[in-house]
Design a binder for this molecule. Structure first.
Ligand code: NAI
Length: 365
């Protein structure tokens, strides 16, 4: 565990159990340099502690990058609960998890993720204030996915401006892989903007809801080879790889899915070699993070929407920087995020430095 933490740069990992409720949880705090680590709690039937730990560490590190790329005063953290969300979601278990979160004194703020929802956040909120994404009935702002979808839509406008000199998406063709919470909301926004939207999903209910909106449904195995302006991965991670990328007939890839590239560096290069612009996931899918962060600090829906819309500028600037410097957008986005973290670390070191000088001077007198 120490080796993994040191290699990936994690600050702290807390492992918690509770015999009374059956809780087995891991909280991974990657960085608190920019602020407290905000990241969801995932509930999943992991086969082993090692598998759960590896997931928590990787997810926490990705949150540091996502928050920094969005310019938020947040660090990166994530939690996992070992268990089956279909059968083991009990109030006692989540309240016990809430007490674990509280023991970190605010260095970690939790929220929903795969396998958890605002109902569980309501239970956690009974034990700690360091939770966001609680239900509207309990004074929260509910589901973050519409904000994630809005952020992706704004990112697509930046792509259009970058590639075609006009952010307007009217008349553009977008293929969405995965018509779940984010994919459906994104389709709605795109159709309202005048785009043509095609999509696929193995889930019949998701397909029917999307069809009702006006999405043209296509077979799942044909999704990669459809000619389009933008391909949008909004299903699970790793769908773009050495076998699917050569089939793509698009100008850009921009979607909500976390880690859509199976091998980030190699696949980003493969996309670039085919003349396909890849917008990094952590840069374009932070609308949901902005949503839960704004709930935590008490901002209004209007303020949240305005902040999410600023992603258009963030994405556009990164794409332009990448061209100017002759590097990939993935590299540019990573470097920009890292520069924000490094600058904050320097400021923090200076503040400490001043505090020590003051104390030393005080002791001398
Ligand atoms: P979701 O679970 O509501 O929707 C995912 C959809 O993908 C499901 O309808 C599923 O049937 C479909 N799917 C699975 N395999 C597929 C395949 N091979 N081809 C086509 N469709 C397939 O999840 P949600 O919330 O919409 O999230 C989508 C992605 O965006 C996930 O990767 C998630 O981690 C990421 N994300 C979501 C955020 C949010 O606010 N919900 C925030 C940031 C990232």
């Amino acid at each position: 565990m120490f080796d993994s933490m040191l290699e990936m740069g994690h600050e702290r990992v807390l492992v918690g159990t509770d015999e009374a409720t059956g809780l087995k949880a891991i909280v991974a705090i990657h960085s608190t340099v920019l602020g407290p680590g905000l990241g969801g709690v995932r509930m999943w039937p992991y086969r082993s502690f090692e598998e759960a730990l590896a997931d928590a560490l990787a997810l926490a590190r990705a949150m540091t990058l996502k928050a920094a790329a969005a310019g938020l005063p947040l660090g990166g953290a994530k939690a996992v609960i070992l268990g089956d969300p279909a059968t083991e979601k009990r109030e006692g278990l989540f309240r016990s998890f809430g007490r674990l979160v509280h023991s970190l004194g605010g260095d970690y703020i939790t929220a929903e993720d795969v396998g958890t929802s605002s109902r569980e956040m309501d239970w956690i909120a009974q034990e700690t204030p360091f939770v966001t994404g609680v239900s509207v009935d309990r004074g929260g702002t509910g589901e973050p996915s519409p904000s994630t979808a809005l952020g992706v839509l704004c990112g697509m406008r930046a792509v259009a401006r970058h590639l075609w000199g006009d952010p307007d998406l009217a008349g553009r063709t977008v293929v969405i892989q995965g018509l779940g919470a984010v994919g459906r909301s994104l389709a709605e926004g795109l159709l309202a903007a005048g785009a043509r939207v095609l999509g696929a999903d193995p889930n019949e209910k998701a397909v029917e809801a999307a069809r009702a909106l006006g999405v043209e449904i296509v077979p799942i195995d044909e999704i990669f080879s459809l000619p389009c302006d933008i391909f949008s991965p909004c299903a699970l991670g790793g769908t773009l790889n050495a076998s699917s990328i050569p089939a793509l007939r698009t100008r850009a890839v921009a979607g909500a899915a976390n880690n859509p590239l199976a091998e980030p560096e190699a696949d980003a290069r493969l996309l670039a070699s085919r003349g396909i612009l890849y917008v990094p996931d952590f840069l374009i899918n932070s609308g949901g993070l902005i949503h839960v962060y704004h709930e935590f600090i008490g901002r209004t829906f209007g303020e949240t929407e305005a902040r999410v819309r600023r992603l258009e500028g963030f994405v556009h600037d990164t794409l332009e920087t990448a061209v100017a410097r002759g590097i990939l957008p993935l590299e540019a986005a990573r470097e920009e995020a890292q520069a924000r973290i490094d600058a904050a670390r320097t400021l923090r070191a200076r503040a400490w430095d001043q505090a020590v000088r003051r104390k030393t001077a005080e002791l001398k007198t």
